[in-house]
Design a protein around this ligand. Structure first.
Ligand SMILES: [Zn+2]
Length: 69
């Protein structure tokens, strides 16, 4: 059995942290997916908001050109 965090062979017998090789690797793995969970929602709102504001601008420009004879 390999440790999912450091990919080194981990002891299976008498190991309370299996499949990890040590408590440190277990905590590192939990911290890794916790960071992923927090990163996804934090980054998404910002770019989509900017896109919504930029879309109306070109269409306004077009109607202005059509109004002119
Ligand atoms: Zn490890």
């Amino acid at each position: 059995m390999k440790c999912p965090t450091c990919h080194r062979p981990s002891k299976w017998e008498d190991n309370p942290h299996r499949p990890f090789c040590s408590e440190r690797c277990k905590l590192l793995d939990f911290g890794a997916w916790a960071n992923e969970e927090f990163r996804v929602p934090a980054e998404e709102p910002a770019p989509s908001l900017e896109d919504g504001e930029q879309n109306p601008a070109p269409s306004n420009d077009d109607s202005d050109r059509l109004a002119r004879p």
